[in-house]
Design a protein around this ligand. Structure first.
Ligand code: DAT
Ligand code: MG
Length: 153
């Protein structure tokens, strides 16, 4: 079944000029971009995105970091997109993430890990709603969908 996920290039991704590199990986994989906006998010919105981490020792720092500078917020669509993008993103901390993943290739930090990606269909649905109204999510066809998603069974 077609799924959607929320992907955010975090402030360090923008400041380190890695937005194109990061978005390009998802494009080249064949995922379908359905929404995008470049914004500086408020501490309040950052707190809603990371509500599950409220009360943890790193929460305040996480919120300050995420709202400290602009981010690129995107939504992507494909069958299995959540699992695929989580694998492409890699482990939470840059210094743990495997080479070949986005964090593994470009981050050696703990908290400054370049990118956010939804981790389940339920969180994706909730997170997309925080950033996009239904009319900001574009319904269109990719002209090469046959070659991207073709199967022979
Ligand atoms: P992920 O971003 O891999 O989904 P997460 O949802 O568990 O990771 O945590 C959200 C962010 O919070 C993560 O990108 C970095 C930060 N974070 C998580 N655990 C942390 C910790 N123990 N110390 C410092 N920052 C942490
Ligand atoms: Mg998470």
């Amino acid at each position: 079944m077609t799924e959607r996920t929320l992907i955010i290039v975090k402030p360090d991704g923008i400041q380190r000029h890695l937005a194109g590199e990061i978005i390009g990986r998802f494009e080249k994989k064949g995922l379908k971009l359905v929404a995008a906006k470049f914004v500086q998010i408020s501490e309040e919105l950052a707190g809603q995105l990371y509500a599950v981490h409220r009360g943890k020792p790193f929460f305040e720092g996480l919120i300050k970091y995420l709202s400290s500078a602009p981010v690129l917020v995107t939504a992507w669509e494909a069958e299995g997109v959540i699992n695929m993008t989580r694998k492409m993103i890699g482990a939470t901390f840059g210094y743990d993430a495997e080479p070949g993943t986005i964090r593994g290739d470009f981050s050696c930090s703990r908290g400054y890990n370049l990118i956010h990606g939804s981790d389940s269909p339920a969180s994706a649905e909730q997170e997309i709603k925080l950033f996009f109204s239904p009319d900001e999510i574009i319904d269109y066809e990719l002209t090469d969908a046959h070659w991207l998603y073709g199967r022979n069974d």
